[in-house]
Ligand binder design. Structure first.
Ligand code: THU
Length: 131
């Protein structure tokens, strides 16, 4: 699967986001070490702190299917019903990705001008916490 195809999946699942409180929809699509693809979108809740991020959903699906490492994860987000803009994972999701990343894991987003930005987890979360 190409990066463009993976990002398209993230954009597509973004349309399914449940985000009545923030109005900000996010989609994530990842490829795991088995070559399987998993997607997730944000799911909000009337008790605001119970929000589940898009990356979180995709990672949960990966773990449930037996994947152990993220090869590439694409994220797309923006105001609901508007086109995506550069949306890098939040701090909590950087730590979630960290759990299943290695130095080759790529986090990919496109900015407002459709230019690619590719990061490693170390770019986004240097000196990260590990047990
Ligand atoms: N959100 C994500 O799904 N992933 C991120 O990495 C950043 C934030 C969601 C949470 C919330 O529903 C909305 O975006 C606004 O913060």
């Amino acid at each position: 699967m190409t990066d463009d195809e993976l990002l398209d999946l993230a954009r597509k699942v973004r349309n399914k986001a449940y985000c009545p409180y923030s109005g900000f929809s996010v989609g994530a699509a990842l490829i795991d070490d088995n070559g399987d693809v998993h997607v997730g979108c944000n799911v909000e809740n009337a008790a605001y702190s119970n929000v589940s991020c898009a990356e979180e959903g995709a990672i949960s699906a990966m773990v449930a299917s037996g994947g152990t490492r993220i090869v590439t994860i694409a994220v797309a987000g923006g105001d609901r019903d508007e086109r995506s803009r550069a949306c890098t994972p939040c701090g909590g999701c950087r730590q979630r990705i960290n759990e299943f990343a290695d130095e080759r894991t790529r986090i990919i987003v496109k900015d407002d001008d459709e230019h690619w930005h590719t990061y490693t987890l170390d770019d986004l979360l240097p000196s990260s916490f590990h047990l």
